[in-house]
Design a binder for this molecule. Structure first.
Ligand code: SF4
Length: 429
C-alpha cells in the first residue's frame, strides 16, 4: 500500500481468498477498522502506529508511518466500507460467523481454527500462545485450576499431601484411568513425563522441577516428588499446560534429545497437527523427486516411516538392531525391539488395541554406560544368559539383517500374531 502496489481492499481479498477459512473473519483491514471504533481506520492507525517502531523483523523494510500514508489507508478503508456503518459491519461479521457455525453438520467435520494455527498439539514442543488451547484439551495433568478461585482441584490425581517442610509432595492417582489405547495410566507415566520430558524440554520445566531430587513410585497409584529445596510455586506446575502427562509405553522408546530439536524445526512427526505433517512430508518427497536428494529421516513414528522411507534401520541405544524394508513394518519385523515399536504404533481400532502385547517393562539404560552384550537385554522378553555375555554378529534375512542371538528361533507369537520373515542361514559381521 505504501508503494501503491495494492489497496487495502485488494490486500483483504488476497487474505480472505488466499489463506483459507481461518482468515475470513480476522486479520483483515475491515476487522481492524472495527477495532478503531466509531472513528474507524484512522483511529486504529493512531493506536497501531507506534508498534511499527518495534523490531518485528530485519527481513523487510517497515515504511515510515507518515500522515500522508495514514490518510491514504484511511481513505482506501472508507472506500472499501462503502458507507456502511460500524454497527452494520459488526452485524455482517457476526452473521458470517453464525453462517460458518450453521454449516456444521451432524457427522461432519468442524475445523476449529485460531490465528495463527498452532504449530504443535503439546506444550512440550512449544508454549507459543495458541498451542496450549488445543493441548490442554488433549493432555491432562495431576491437578486442575478451573473455576474462579484458581485453587488446585483433583485432575489425574485424586488427592495430594505436602510434607511440613514443603520438600515432599505425595500424589494419589485416580483409579481406573486408561490411555486411549486401553493401557492403564500409572505413576510410571508421571515419573517418565516429568523426569524424561518436562524437566529437560518444557520451556518452564527447570523453573518448576529444577530442584527435584527424585520421583518415587511405591505403587502404580502413588507418585512421591522429593525436592532438595522448597519451591513456592511447585503445586502450580501440575496443570495441563505446564506438566502434561504423557504415555511412557508410546514415547519411552524414543531418544528425545535427538528428536525434539528436529521436531521444533520442521515438526513432521507425532507432535504436530497431521495437516502440517502431511504438508512437510509431501514437500520433502517432491524435493527428493525434483532434485534427487537423499534423506536420513529420524523418527519413532513407524507409520510415517513406512510412507517416507526406502530403507529402515531400527536403532536401540545407539546400535542398529535391525535393517529392513519398510513393507515389513506390516508384520515382518524380527528383532524384539522392532516388534515392540510396531506394537506401540497407535491404532484407532480399540478392540484390536486391547489384544496387543503389553508395553515393554523398564526404561532405556543410559547410552553413556550401555549394558554388556546385547544393548536390549535389560528389557527383552527373550533374554538368555548369552545375551548378557556377548554381542551377536548380524544375521542376514530377506531384505535386510538382524542383530540378535535368537533371530531365527524367537517365539514370534508372543509379541505379534503374524509370522516373521524367513531367515537365510548365512551370517556376517
Ligand atoms: S540378543 Fe537376546 S536380549 Fe538381545 S534381542 Fe536377541 S533375544 Fe533379546
Amino acid at each position: 500500500m505504501h508503494d501503491e502496489v495494492a489497496t487495502v481492499e485488494e490486500v483483504d481479498d488476497a487474505i480472505r481468498f488466499g489463506a483459507g477459512l481461518r482468515w475470513a473473519m480476522m486479520g483483515t483491514f475491515l476487522i481492524y477498522r472495527l477495532a478503531g471504533g466509531e472513528d474507524g481506520m484512522r483511529h486504529f492507525m493512531a493506536q497501531f502506529g507506534p508498534a511499527l517502531k518495534l523490531p518485528w523483523t530485519k527481513l523487510t523494510e517497515v515504511p515510515e508511518l507518515t500522515e500522508a500514508f495514514i490518510d491514504r489507508i484511511a481513505a482506501q478503508s472508507d472506500a472499501q466500507a462503502g458507507g456502511i456503518g460500524l454497527r452494520d459491519w459488526e452485524r455482517k461479521r457476526d452473521d458470517g460467523l453464525l453462517a460458518i457455525a450453521a454449516e456444521v453438520k451432524k457427522g461432519g467435520t468442524l475445523s476449529y481454527s485460531f490465528q495463527p494455527e498452532p504449530t504443535a498439539l503439546s506444550t512440550i514442543a512449544t508454549t507459543a500462545v495458541t498451542v496450549p488451547i488445543p493441548a490442554t484439551k488433549i493432555f491432562e495433568s495431576l491437578l486442575e485450576y478451573a473455576g474462579p478461585d484458581l485453587k488446585p482441584k483433583p485432575g489425574l490425581a485424586r488427592s495430594w499431601t505436602i510434607a511440613p517442610a514443603g520438600l515432599t509432595y505425595t500424589f494419589k492417582l485416580q483409579l481406573g484411568v486408561k490411555w486411549q489405547d486401553g493401557q492403564p495410566f500409572t505413576s510410571a507415566d508421571v515419573k517418565f513425563s516429568v523426569e524424561k520430558i518436562i524437566l529437560p524440554y518444557h520451556a518452564r520445566g527447570k523453573i518448576y522441577f529444577g530442584h527435584l531430587a527424585g520421583i518415587d513410585t511405591p505403587d502404580p497409584q502413588t507418585a512421591v516428588f522429593r525436592l532438595n529445596k522448597h519451591v513456592p510455586c511447585f503445586l502450580k506446575a501440575f496443570q495441563p499446560s505446564e506438566a502434561p502427562m504423557l504415555p511412557q509405553h508410546l514415547l519411552g522408546y524414543t531418544d528425545h534429545s535427538i528428536s525434539l530439536p528436529f521436531r521444533r524445526l520442521v515438526s513432521p512427526s507425532s507432535w504436530s497437527p497431521s495437516s502440517v505433517q502431511a504438508q512437510v512430508i509431501n514437500l520433502l518427497l517432491r524435493l527428493q523427486e525434483q532434485r534427487g536428494l537423499s534423506y536420513l529421516f529420524i523418527s519413532h513414528n513407524l507409520a510415517l516411516a513406512r510412507r517416507f522411507a526406502d530403507r529402515l534401520a531400527v536403532m536401540y541405544l545407539g546400535q542398529i538392531g535391525e535393517f529392513a524394508h519398510p513393507s515389513q513394518l506390516t508384520g515382518g519385523l524380527v528383532h524384539a525391539y522392532s516388534r515392540a515399536l510396531f506394537q506401540a504404533m497407535p491404532i484407532a481400532d480399540s478392540a484390536r488395541a486391547r489384544t496387543r502385547a503389553p508395553a515393554l517393562p523398564g526404561e532405556p539404560p543410559s547410552p553413556v554406560d550401555p549394558p554388556s552384550g546385547c544393548r536390549f537385554q535389560a528389557r527383552c522378553p527373550y533374554r538368555q544368559d548369552i545375551c548378557t555375555a556377548a554381542v551377536r554378529p548380524v544375521t542376514e534375512v530377506e531384505g535386510g539383517w538382524v542383530r540378535c542371538h535368537f533371530a531365527n528361533t524367537l517365539d514370534q507369537g508372543r509379541l505379534m500374531a503374524s509370522p516373521g520373515r524367513r531367515l537365510y542361514a548365512r551370517t556376517s559381521t
